[in-house]
Write a protein that binds this ligand. Structure first.
Ligand SMILES: Nc1ncnc2c1ncn2[C@@H]1O[C@H](COP(=O)(O)OP(=O)(O)OP(=O)(O)O)[C@@H](O)[C@H]1O
Ligand SMILES: [Mg+2]
Length: 342
């Protein structure tokens, strides 16, 4: 355990995770690097299967039993300022339980599988309050009403005794957010929090998450396959491909100066608001299976700017192309290596 003055609440370096299954080894994460500065928001984007959920589960030590963190560190700065490496804790350890929920909360990708159908909204929020706050029944009911009002649930005092299936999709997601906020966490991980919702409700829920982040000075990790979602939500975007971060940059630079051919492909696949309506471009090829990773740059089989043998045989280094903008691609190999800064 060390104490440092780092401004990053979470700092992940070279994270590698494999699943050891009956059909073989799935190499889900192949060297993931990212950092969440205190009170800031990052977005993690990439196609289905690129490792977004596995990354967040690794941080919280919620990975399946078949998974193993084979390399890397997850440094976490606790409330008291000490920095610990979460990979060193056992998933069921007391320390990890305290951090999970108490310091780092998560809004899961599938609300129905993480909300209990047999417990009322109050029961589920109160469980988080009792676990992390040590309060009595009366205080828990008052706090639950406050939390439900905070996330915009009308008639909170009555509705808290209902079951989650009695709520609409958007309201259920608000309940999830209230549950996540109950233990007053410092980090919020939201994994595709709006995928299942229709567009208007999606915007409202995203606004709510943003408002909560600012109000409570949370450090936010917003996971989505949709680059459009991160635009007004985060400071820094990490683009993942096949269990690696291929580019990361301040949010506006990702939109106006994307460097990696994969990021450019993702941007072209966002439907345009103006201009001729037509087929949305998609990146040619499919994500290859995780049992057999390609050699060299993992994106080379699908890359529109493939240079040649170098891409097939070598793993590109991560290079800074400007302050806080890094890219892993041989197109930028001449760029002088700038001091890494996050
Ligand atoms: N329990 C598991 N057993 C084996 N492989 C797994 C398991 N969970 C995830 N994987 C594999 O790990 C890789 C990353 O999966 P992950 O769920 O993190 O993707 P994702 O980016 O969150 O995708 P999506 O956008 O669809 O949610 C995939 O190749 C997936 O098949
Ligand atoms: Mg996922």
């Amino acid at each position: 355990m060390t104490e440092n003055g780092s401004k990053n609440i979470i700092d992940v370096k070279d994270l590698q995770v494999s699943f050891f299954t009956d059909s073989g080894v799935v190499r889900a994460l192949n060297g993931v690097n990212f950092a969440i500065p205190q009170g800031k928001a990052i977005g993690v984007v990439g196609e289905s299967g690129c490792g977004k959920t596995v990354t967040s589960y690794a941080v919280l030590q919620l990975l399946a039993k078949t998974a193993k963190i084979t390399q890397g560190t997850i440094q976490f700065q606790k409330r008291d300022g000490t920095v610990v490496d979460l990979t060193q804790y056992k998933p069921g350890s007391n320390e990890m339980r305290r951090i999970r929920g108490g310091e780092i909360s998560m809004i899961f990708q599938e609300p129905m599988s993480s909300l209990s159908p047999v417990h009322t909204v109050y029961d589920q929020i109160a469980e988080n309050l009792f676990l992390h706050k040590g309060i009595n029944e009366k205080q828990a009911r008052e706090r639950t009403v406050e939390l439900l009002q905070l996330v915009g649930i009308p008639k909170a005092a009555e509705r808290m005794d209902e079951y989650t299936f009695q709520f609409s999709g958007g309201m259920r997601q608000r309940v999830m957010i209230a549950m996540a906020l109950a233990p007053e966490p410092r980090v919020l991980i939201a994994d595709e929090p709006t995928t299942a919702l229709d567009v208007t409700i999606q915007a409202q829920v995203l606004q709510l998450i943003k408002r909560m982040q600012e109000e409570f000075n949370l450090s936010l990790m917003l996971i989505t396959h949709d680059l459009g979602v991160v635009a007004h939500m985060v400071d820094q975007v990490y683009v993942m491909y096949r269990g690696r971060v291929v580019e990361d940059a301040p949010v506006m630079e990702v939109f106006y100066e994307p460097r990696h051919p994969y990021t450019r492909g993702l941007l072209n696949s966002i439907p345009k608001l103006r201009g001729p309506r037509g087929k949305v471009a998609s990146i040619p090829g499919t994500v290859p299976d995780s049992y057999n990773l390609p050699s060299g740059c993992l994106f080379h089989p699908r890359c529109s700017q493939y240079i040649g043998e170098v891409c097939r045989q070598n793993v590109p280094q991560t290079r800074a192309v400007s302050a806080n903008h890094r890219v892993s691609c041989f197109l930028y190999d001449e760029t002088p290596d700038v001091q890494k800064e996050v």
